[in-house]
Design a binder for this molecule. Structure first.
Ligand code: EPS
Length: 375
């Protein structure tokens, strides 16, 4: 699977081309749209999400709801474009419109402008914006239709926002359903309230918050990915996909960082066998991956998201042209986008797993995959 995305945050649309989807996969537009709308929700979002109502338009690669095996091109219209035509129209746009000269610490602004030789950092922020994750969620949702045919399920929750964290070290897959009813995707009611308070306090101070999200995928077969070469390892591919999400600064599989302080005798998951179950583990510190391959247990991956760099009470920076001290640029933004990032992380993980699944069970058609799955 290969995904190309395009689109500026306040341009006409976010678009994507998804190449490599097998033929014969039945897609549900409702399912894709409800996933897109989940990404838009979450306590701590700013004004933009009140304007947008993300809906997919598929332009190619699908007929009568069935994939053709040809590239799937799609777009999600930016409703906010109406308010930005003056600056964003591809030919008539006024290049002096809402220029940005005061790079935000932690943002792509400065390195991006230096790299591409821009005078105006608007060119950078329009594309580096997390608006792009709309396309990744759309593509992840499309690819996820493959996995759903084989009863593979996924879910996510928010473990931490700012300094507020859930107490549970391990959360069972079924318990993640509770996150669906929480505006911060938290499985614990009391912690949810504390997270909301933390966001309110940050917002009142003109500050922003990051956090930790966890994605779990259940029902995976043994052997997706491979130990035979570095670029075929499932954990490596997941880390790359997840780390590329805007704002993500850390990725861990299973007990990751905590595992390193334990001794080997405590951290490795002992192996058992039962006639009905086959080989299995009673613990899952490895997070479902051993030797770069899925091991049949629930896959658990966590991501650390930094606080959003756009602060209403700006940090110090330097005027790009005058080279004198200045306050960083202030733009409408979110106080906390951690709950939304959980959906993006789900989509990014599903994308990689669908790809790995196709590598093992066939990539031409759903028919072929089902036949090989049975064997
Ligand atoms: C973002 C800034 C905000 C967010 C945006 C990401 O947008 P705006 O500048 O239009 O207020 O709302 O997120 C999205 C648009 C989205 O769809 O998630 C940024 O600078 O990254």
């Amino acid at each position: 699977l290969r995904l190309l995305t395009a689109g500026e945050s306040h341009g006409q649309a976010v678009t994507g081309i998804l190449e490599g989807m097998p033929a014969g996969v039945r897609l549900s537009k409702e399912k894709i749209n409800s996933y897109l709308s989940k990404r838009q929700s979450g306590y701590g979002r700013g004004g933009r999400m009140k304007i947008e109502k993300d809906c997919i338009q598929i332009l190619s690669g699908v007929r009568g709801g069935i994939t053709l095996g040809s590239p799937i091109s799609f777009m999600v219209v930016n409703k906010d474009y109406e308010n930005w035509v003056e600056g964003m129209d591809p030919f008539e746009g006024n290049l002096n419109y809402k220029q940005v000269h005061h790079p935000r610490p932690g943002h792509a602004d400065l390195a991006g402008a230096l790299k591409y030789g821009f005078d105006d950092m608007r060119h950078v922020l329009e594309r580096s914006s997390a608006r792009e994750t709309t396309a990744r969620v759309a593509a992840g949702s499309i690819a996820g239709h493959i996995l759903s045919n084989f009863n593979i399920e996924w879910a996510s929750h928010v473990r931490q926002i700012g300094s507020v964290s859930i107490r549970e070290k391990e959360v069972a897959f079924d318990a993640l359903k509770k996150a669906e009813h929480s505006s911060v995707r938290c499985i614990c009611k009391q912690t949810e309230e504390e997270m909301i308070k933390e966001i309110d306090t940050a917002k009142a101070k003109g500050d922003t918050l990051g956090g930790i999200i966890e994605v779990q995928i259940s029902g995976l077969p043994v052997g997706l990915g491979s130990y035979t070469h570095w670029d075929r390892k499932l954990d490596g591919k997941l880390a790359s996909s997840l780390m590329s999400i805007q704002g993500i600064k850390a990725v861990e599989i299973g007990d990751g960082f905590e595992g390193v302080v334990q001794s080997g005798s405590l951290i490795h998951d002992e192996i058992f066998y039962e006639e009905k179950k086959g080989f299995y583990h009673k613990t899952n510190h490895a997070g479902g991956i051993e030797g770069g391959m899925s091991n049949g247990e629930v896959l658990i991956v966590r991501c650390g998201m930094k606080p959003i760099p756009t602060l209403m009470k700006p940090l110090k920076t330097v005027d790009f042209h005058q080279k004198t001290p200045h306050d960083a640029a202030v733009e409408r933004s979110d106080t906390c986008a951690v709950p939304a990032a959980a959906i993006v992380a789900e989509a990014a993980a599903i994308f990689v797993l669908a790809d790995a699944f196709m590598e093992t069970f066939g990539a031409d058609s759903m028919k072929e995959m089902k036949e090989r799955w049975k064997k």
